[in-house]
Write a protein that binds this ligand. Structure first.
Ligand code: NAD
Length: 511
């Protein structure tokens, strides 16, 4: 079953409308204008959807879309040119080359967390490659979805670019169509639904998924810089960033100091009460708010009060019994902390004395306000691997710090889990860096820099294993939405291919 939008896009694509470079450049210019001229409207919609600060919308969404559109537009001539390739000697004289052709009619399914960026950045790449595009924004960011549905037809060629609003039902209907490519960004559960539907039509997919991106810190790192950058990477968009550091793995000689500095950096960025800060966002909806509350240490309950007294008590008790500087390697020494948690089968995890809740001790935050969908930037110290907060992608402003013996233990920890979208390493030790680079697998690896890789059109962005299939941004995005066609040509006269025709003889067998 195909729907009308798909059919109309197919007619537009097959008419050849989207192929000329002039059309593609005009669309990319228009896309750039779309975000620049409607800056305020996008700021308002992201604010309404996510309480997103204006600067975050501009820096992390609008500027990136505009930059990507310009980047790919300026390189279209080069990328669409013939690329000559050498031919096998047996075929000589002959020529070979590749050309990029558009895939056709493509579907982009985008999520709510960066509702402009993750809709329009893949669109820039798809348009650059000469496709007709159907965009399905997330129903969970309804204000931005509506705005996109209004603006796209005003700026882009409505014959070849459509926005279809809706949720699972509408997406399911779209997925029945034989698109030539499906580009999906979101969680893995729906990623599987998308891939199953695509299999029916043998449609290639790009899946931009999430996961638990680790961040390792050892004593060679500058703790102040590490703390600030981790806070920036984690708490931007209230932690609802696919490649945000999900959790920290810190060595015992630095872990507590780091936890304290991170708490200080949170105050520097968002003030004493982040709920009053114009720089800190909100959780997308109540379902996600409730999910996040369950990840907090026992005693943190959803409350309309700005502060949960239970958390403060739990923190105070934890702090009182903490023996600062005397950390025990629970796995190695078999102390009571480990014995109390027989589920912890991992080696190299260091228990922090006095930390009673597997989720860890609250170093800052812990306040929640359901009516405002507010979860304070929360730092947990001494988290155990079997805590619920370590069981799923957090996707919110909660940062657990797990204490590990050393880099080797951290690498083991990462490799026991699904391959993450990103891994971050704060260490100035060259050998440690190399070990992470060679012994772990992740979509990207950042030394002392969370999120940095996703801000560049020059670097491919995508996951690996459970964090995704395929990549985009810049040339990689152009290739994702293109079919790279091989072309070969050989003159008909003289017919030197005679060399390989039967009948065969001994001389041919020796060639
Ligand atoms: P979401 O709920 O907005 O879903 C994404 C899209 O899937 C939406 O357009 C939605 O309408 C559609 N959808 C939802 N249920 C569906 C169903 N049953 N059938 C068909 N379509 C359906 O977003 P989400 O999944 O909550 O997004 C969060 C996840 O996305 C996190 O895991 C995050 O890490 C990941 N993410 C990854 C990237 C990346 O670039 N790799 C970026 C952002 C988010």
């Amino acid at each position: 079953m195909t729907n009308e939008t798909f059919e109309q896009l197919k007619v537009a694509y097959e008419s050849g409308l989207t192929r000329p470079l002039a059309w593609r450049r005009a669309q990319l210019n228009a896309l750039r204008r779309l975000v620049m001229e409607n800056r305020d409207a996008f700021i308002s919609s992201a604010m309404a959807d996510l309480g997103k600060p204006a600067a975050e919308t501009v820096l992390m969404e609008l500027n990136l879309v505009a930059g990507e559109a310009q980047f790919v537009r300026n390189r279209l001539g080069l990328w669409t040119a013939r690329h000559p390739k050498a031919m096998h000697w047996m075929l000589q004289p002959a020529a070979g080359w590749t050309i990029a052709e558009p895939k056709g009619v493509v579907l982009i399914i985008s999520p709510w967390n960066y509702p402009v960026l993750l809709a329009l950045e893949p669109m820039a790449d798809a348009l650059a490659a000469g496709n007709a595009v159907c965009l399905k924004p997330s129903e969970l960011s309804p204000n931005t979805s509506k705005l996109l549905a209004e603006l796209v037809p005003q700026y882009l060629d409505a014959e070849a670019v459509r926005v279809v609003e809706g949720g699972p039902k509408e997406t399911g209907d779209l997925l029945k169509n034989p698109f030539n490519h499906i580009f999906y960004t979101g969680g893995g559960r729906v990623g599987k639904i998308v891939m199953r539907a695509a299999a029916e039509n043998l449609t290639p997919v790009t899946l931009e998924l999430g996961g638990k991106s680790p961040c390792f810190v050892d004593r060679t790192a500058d703790i102040n810089v590490a703390a600030r950058r981790i806070v920036w990477g984690k708490f931007t968009n209230a932690g609802q960033t696919c490649a945000a550091p999900d959790y920290v793995l810190a060595t015992p000689d630095v872990a507590e100091a780091l936890a304290k500095r991170i708490a200080v950096a949170v105050t520097e960025f968002y003030g004493k009460n982040p709920q009053d800060s114009p720089n800190f966002g909100r959780i997308i909806n109540e379902r996600h708010f409730d999910r996040l509350c369950k990840l907090l240490p026992v005693g943190t309950v959803p409350s309309d009060e700005p502060s949960s007294p239970l958390i403060q008590v739990a923190s105070a008790v934890g702090a009182a019994v903490d023996m600062v500087g005397k950390r025990i390697n629970a796995a190695a020494s078999g102390n009571t902390a480990t014995e109390a948690r027989p589920d912890t089968t991992e080696t190299g995890i260091v228990a922090v004395p006095g930390v009673v809740d597997p989720a860890g001790r609250v170093m800052c935050g812990g306040k929640v306000d359901r009516a405002a969908r507010y979860v304070a930037p929360t730092v947990l110290y001494g988290t155990q691997p079997d805590a619920p907060v370590m069981g799923e992608e957090i996707f919110g402003p909660i940062l657990p710090i797990v204490v590990v013996e050393d880099a080797e233990a951290a690498i083991r920890f990462i490799n026991r889990r699904s391959r993450p979208l990103a891994a971050y390493v704060f260490s100035r030790d060259h050998e440690v860096r190399l070990a992470f680079e060679r012994q772990t697998s992740s979509g990207a690896l950042g030394y002392s820099l969370p999120l940095g890789h996703l801000l560049s059109s020059r670097l491919p962005f995508g996951g690996v294993g459970g964090s995704g299939i395929g990549a985009y941004h810049g040339k990689e995005g152009f290739r994702t939405f293109s079919h790279i066609k091989t072309v070969v040509s050989k003159p008909q006269f003289p017919d030197t291919l005679r060399l390989v025709y039967p009948p065969f003889n001994e001389a041919k067998a020796k060639l």
